[in-house]
Design a protein around this ligand. Structure first.
Ligand code: NAD
Ligand code: LMR
Length: 333
């Protein structure tokens, strides 16, 4: 750990020479707490600012006792939001309500759109150059909401805004590993599109693994609706928190390493993208190479099977609708 910290500090060729300040907004929640814990263990983090409307003093005091070389601060309520955000290189946003059984992610829009808009307005004011990692659902719409807020404030840079879709990739590795009896850590699946139901498209044909058509259909459905499995099992108490914290910490770590100058880091993430522009879709997830300024190179979709072409056709109208809803929310009279 000491060695990688020295790497981060001594050899960085990035926009920051020391470890980063990372702010977590929604830090006292089901995702926020374990995510903050994992970030406290990350050697690239110098300062960890934990913000929520409740309970952050306790969470921050607790996490601050962990003996890693970063400073933790707790911030509660809107009057302390500016301090949490100021000087942040990375802002992670898991603030918002989770699903209950029977709900779609879009059903969260009415509550979460307003929360994300308010937090984005503060980020545009206090940390306009930070990288924003959006976890709050519906991600397909909350990312465009943040973009529109930043555009209005005149500080939008698409290379610094990310919808966190890492959990879909994590699930895809796990489910394929289970079916093929292989180590899930070694299974890499390119998951493209968005983060809800049919907009989640695992490209199993690109894995190099042989599947029967039945396996492809069952695995695709399970990856698309993996979130529902957890919502159902939690029986009204929430959605994925622990696996999401791990996925969020993985994406944050990848970005921090790229910001610190490490090369060749690629993660699928939902960004403003050229990839599906011809079909009228402005935000789309594919593999993205991360660099010292955030998005370095957006990879294309790559070769797809006929089955995956049909997935794409089904996803496009839903993505368009979700994106338009987010854009309109910010720009309504
Ligand atoms: P939670 O209810 O346990 O925690 C949410 C936290 O947000 C709470 O602590 C709450 O106080 C806080 N909050 C509410 N309004 C706020 C505001 N204005 N400012 C700051 N904090 C505020 O929910 P959770 O299980 O942690 O889920 C959070 C969100 O993440 C949900 O929208 C959920 O759907 C989403 N999620 C996304 C993914 C993904 O893959 N992107 C995965 C899992 C969950
Ligand atoms: C997930 O994929 O687990 C999250 O988006 C939460 C949810 O509502 O399913």
């Amino acid at each position: 750990m000491l060695a990688s910290r020295m790497f981060a500090r001594g050899f960085a060729s990035s926009s920051f020479q020391r470890g980063a300040k990372v702010a977590v907004l929604g830090a006292a929640g089901g995702i926020g707490q374990p995510l903050s814990l994992l970030l406290k263990l990350n050697p690239h983090v110098d300062r960890l600012a934990l913000y929520d409307i409740v309970n952050t003093p306790g969470v921050a005091a607790d996490i601050s006792h962990i003996n890693t070389n970063s400073v933790v601060t707790g911030h509660k309520g809107p009057e302390q939001l500016g301090d949490a955000l100021k000087d942040s290189q990375v802002i992670v946003i898991p603030a918002g309500v989770p699903r209950k059984p029977g709900m779609t992610r879009d059903d969260l829009f009415n509550t979460n759109a307003g929360i994300v808009k308010t937090l984005a307005e503060a980020a545009a004011k206090y940390a306009p150059k930070a990288h924003l990692l959006i976890i709050a659902n519906p991600v397909n719409s909350t990312v465009p909401i943040v973009a529109e807020v930043f555009k209005k404030a005149g500080v939008f840079d698409p290379s610094r805004l990310f919808g966190v879709t890492t959990l879909d990739v994590v699930r895809a590795s796990t489910f394929v590993g289970q079916v093929k009896n292989s180590n899930p850590e070694e299974v890499k699946v390119h998951v493209i599109g968005g983060h809800s139901g049919v907009t989640i498209m695992p490209l199993l044909s690109q894995t190099g693994i042989k599947f029967s058509q039945d396996e492809i259909e069952k695995l695709t459905h399970r990856i698309q609706f993996g979130g529902d499995e957890v919502v159902k099992a939690k029986d009204g108490t929430g959605s994925a928190t622990l696996s999401m914290a791990q996925a969020g910490a993985r994406f944050t770590d990848s970005l921090l390493r790229a910001l610190a100058g490490e090369k060749g880091i690629v993660e699928p993430t939902y960004v403003k993208s050229h990839v599906a522009e011809k079909d009228g879709v402005e935000y789309f997830s594919t593999n993205v190479e991360l660099g010292p300024n955030g998005v370095k190179k957006i990879h294309d979709i790559g070769p797809v099977s006929d089955y995956e072409k049909k997935l794409y056709e089904a996803a496009i109208p839903e993505l368009k609708k979700n994106i338009a809803k987010g854009v309109q929310f910010v720009n309504k009279a």
